[in-house]
Design a protein around this ligand. Structure first.
Ligand code: ATP
Length: 233
């Protein structure tokens, strides 16, 4: 069975239709990136898949457990780092070991007993990833998780996410504005517009691909997004 099967999904806010008969299937273990203009409904789709918004029309089937990591890590400042990781799991104190294992995966184990305010932006986002991973999700939803990071930290995060994906093989749906990031990480890139998936690019392996190929796909994705390359320069 697929990890995600969405058929004819529509979502309205008042008289505004954001998702309009959208179809989407994600295979188990597949890494999919979702691109689309600002306001095209990417976060709305993620919220629906996460079960945070059920006021929709159409079919939504998600197989297994789901975790979401948002762009802004939502951390409780009065809880130590490790407690933030297992937050909501109703975990007893014995689950500190579980939290530290997840922190170790994102190379934050030495910060387990720190307060969240002492973390850098990149560390806080890694904590957010650890919190998503500790649930051992079958489906990982990433909503611009690297958006607020500097270029160098982003690169580190890309490696980390790719590494985690290889080791745990969850299905991943990554929302991003960054075409290069999508091409770097995903097996398949989707473009959302007018409430539907209007284009899809199957990338396959091996990665990294040759530069000429990368730029060729990149140009096609930008065309799908309705942007000329100059606008991105
Ligand atoms: N709770 C809400 N009530 C009313 N309108 C909403 C609500 N949530 C989202 N919208 C509207 O739905 C549209 C899609 O929003 P969404 O956040 O899904 O877009 P997005 O593609 O993720 O945008 P961005 O790339 O800017 O984050 C927007 O026009 C937004 O104003």
């Amino acid at each position: 069975m697929a990890s995600v099967r969405v058929t004819g999904l529509s979502k309205r806010f008042g008289d505004r239709t954001v998702l309009n008969g959208l179809d989407l299937t994600i295979a188990r273990g597949e890494f999919v990136a979702l691109l689309g203009r600002s306001g095209s409904g990417k976060s709305t789709l993620l919220r629906v898949l996460a079960g945070l918004d059920r006021d929709v029309e159409g079919g939504v089937e998600v197989d297994g457990t789901v975790s979401v990591a948002f762009q802004q890590p939502r951390l409780l400042p009065w809880r130590r780092v490790w407690r933030n990781v297992v937050l909501g799991l109703h975990a007893p104190d014995a689950d500190r070991a579980r939290a530290v294992r997840a922190l170790d995966e994102v190379r934050l184990a030495e910060h387990a007993d720190d307060w969240p305010r002492t973390l850098s932006g990149g560390e806080a986002q890694r904590l957010s990833l650890a919190r998503a991973l500790v649930r051992e999700p079958d489906l990982l939803l990433l909503d611009e998780p690297f958006g607020a990071l500097d270029a160098l930290t982003r690169l580190t995060m890309h490696r980390l996410v790719e590494d985690l994906w290889r080791r745990h093989s969850p299905s991943v749906l990554l929302v991003t504005h960054d075409v290069d990031e999508a091409l770097l990480l995903a097996d398949r890139v989707l473009v959302l517009d007018d409430g539907r998936i209007v284009a899809e690019h199957l990338l396959g392996h091996p990665r990294p691909r040759r530069l000429a190929e990368h730029f060729d796909i990149r140009a096609r994705v930008l065309t799908d997004l309705g942007v000329s390359e100059d606008a991105f320069a």
